[in-house]
Design a protein around this ligand. Structure first.
Ligand SMILES: Cc1cc2nc3c(=O)[nH]c(=O)nc-3n(C[C@H](O)[C@H](O)[C@H](O)COP(=O)(O)OP(=O)(O)OC[C@H]3O[C@@H](n4cnc5c(N)ncnc54)[C@H](O)[C@@H]3O)c2cc1C
Length: 468
């Protein structure tokens, strides 16, 4: 798809000269995301209103060029990479929190607001925006909604999808619709909001987002628990939930993750342990005290070798250090990693991790597992040097074997990061031909010229695995 000089002049006319980038060196920043897939766009424009977005999309439909919405470009699967060139629409000028309503417990925001900025703003009202991707300090709410992002607190509070009440969306043809409501109930017509959440910039561009808020918890308590065996750790997860305690975080590090952190940072984790759990409860002081004590006794009953409980915010943060150190530590053992965010029913985590260990052994790879034991979302990091062709081929094989096991266990290939380019070859594996066709028909109905973020989700590209 081409973007000619005539179209460029019209884009400048719509957003203004100072909000368009065309110089090759300026375009580089908008050519990749955290997946490392890189394709340079023809041009980047920064609209300031739904009307400007709409005019650009009408122009794109007329002239047939690709438009790719972009937030912070922190996505893990290449969803914001302009894989077929075209125009990147940076949504960053639309960065205002329009309203915080403590009585209705909702916020209305523009899509370019950084997630952490909203979290801080609502805290001043005693409110809480629970979705917390680890990228919250730089990712945008538009990107979070488009990817259906999740985080540590999903086990208790759910993910972004659970907080989107309504949207203003510019459809690929340029019309502007409102989905959902400002009320917590609302069942009129198809649930277009749910369709748009997780649509990865392929069905519409969000220009306004209505978000549900929660009451801020009074306090929190963190426990760090080591186990001689993985089964004892996953048994504890079951025991906690069966005892009607829903922690706000329930994180697992397997032996490989403990080893990586300790060998690079020496934080005092027990290298003899096969697994550890980081458990956090939040709420009213009296409830939290009771829940933390109950969890500690359940951990001991499940065979924990040590249980540490932190009460003050500083102590809690200290216990989180090991978990937060994993990503930087991984960077020290191999130059690259393939990070899969596979998810299985939480009762099957042990089977998943044991299968991954067997695959790692068979392919002579280092695979480090950690993640959200409370919701079965295990980050699986295949460590490699992408310039080593043989290692890359073994890693590709391992990924496919892991994906097959995840589906056999009744899981999903992505709990957080989405499909984008990286997982598009595998969409069919999970949803089947009829599911794939139904999704493609929805895409065609809303975007008949396939101008909005083309080449994503439905494309069988394997760009993810090519050397960086
Ligand atoms: C260090 C790090 C940690 C991370 N941790 C997590 C985590 O814990 N959980 C998690 O889920 N993800 C995580 N991510 C992935 C990433 O941060 C999320 O996918 C995030 O939601 C992307 O937001 P963004 O603003 O960067 O969007 P981008 O990467 O710019 O775009 C992502 C998608 O959203 C679309 N999009 C952007 N804005 C709009 C809009 N206004 N309308 C329609 N579509 C739009 C784009 O076209 C693209 O398809 C992490 C990434 C990094 C680098």
């Amino acid at each position: 798809m081409g973007l000619g000089t005539g179209s460029l002049l019209e884009i400048i006319g719509i957003v203004g000269d100072s909000h368009v980038l065309t110089e090759p060196e300026d375009l580089i920043c908008y050519s990749y995301d955290a997946s490392r897939i890189q394709v340079r766009p023809a041009c980047v424009a920064f609209p300031a209103s739904a009307r400007e977005v709409s005019e650009i999309l009408r122009l794109a439909c007329r002239e047939g060029f690709a438009v790719i919405p972009r937030g912070a470009g922190s996505g893990m699967v290449g969803a914001s990479v302009p894989s077929q060139g075209g125009l990147v629409l940076g949504m960053n000028r639309l960065d205002r929190i329009l309203e915080i309503d403590p009585d209705e417990m909702l916020a209305v925001v523009q899509p370019g607001v950084v997630t952490g900025a909203l979290q801080r703003a609502v805290a001043e009202y005693g409110l809480f925006y629970p979705p917390d991707p680890a990228s919250a300090s730089f990712s945008t709410l538009g990107g979070n909604v488009a990817m259906g992002s999740g985080g540590l607190r999903a086990v208790k509070y759910g993910v972004t999808r659970d907080y989107v009440l309504g949207l203003e969306v510019v459809l690929p043809t340029g019309s502007v619709i409102r989905t959902g409501t400002r009320t917590s109930k609302g069942v009129v017509g198809y649930d277009m909001t749910r369709l748009m959440v997780g649509s990865e910039g392929t069905l519409g561009i969000f220009s306004e987002i209505v978000l549900r808020l929660a009451a801020a918890p009074e306090t929190r308590r963190t426990l760090l628990v080591h186990y001689p065996s993985l089964d004892q750790a996953t048994d504890t997860v079951r025991a906690i939930l069966r005892n009607r305690v829903v922690p706000s975080a329930l994180e697992l590090m397997d032996h490989s993750a403990i080893e990586v952190v300790e060998s690079t940072m020496s934080l005092g984790l027990d290298r003899g342990a096969e697994a550890l759990l980081l458990i956090e409860v939040d709420g009213w002081e009296s409830a939290v005290t009771h829940e933390a004590a109950l969890i500690a006794s359940l951990c001991r009953a499940s065979g924990a070798s040590s249980v540490q409980t932190a009460a003050t915010p500083a102590e809690c943060d200290a216990l989180w250090k090991g978990r937060k150190a994993i990503s930087p530590a991984l960077g020290q053992i191999r130059p690259h990693k393939i990070n899969e965010d596979i998810t299985v029913p939480r009762t099957r985590i042990t089977r998943l991790i044991r299968s991954i260990r067997e695959i790692a052994h068979r392919h002579d790879l280092i695979i480090v597992c950690f993640g959200h034991a409370g919701d079965g979302n295990i980050h699986t990091n295949i460590m490699l040097d992408r310039s080593n062709r043989d290692e890359l081929a073994r890693a590709e094989k391992a990924v496919e074997e892991i994906f097959r096991i995840v589906l056999e266990l009744g899981g999903t290939l992505s709990g957080e990061h989405g499909v984008g380019i990286a997982k598009s070859p595998y969409l069919l594996w999970e949803v089947g031909q009829d599911g794939f066709d139904a999704m493609w028909r929805i895409k065609q109905a809303l975007d008949p010229r396939n101008i909005l973020n083309p080449g994503k989700m439905f494309s069988p590209s394997r760009a993810f695995f090519s050397p960086a």
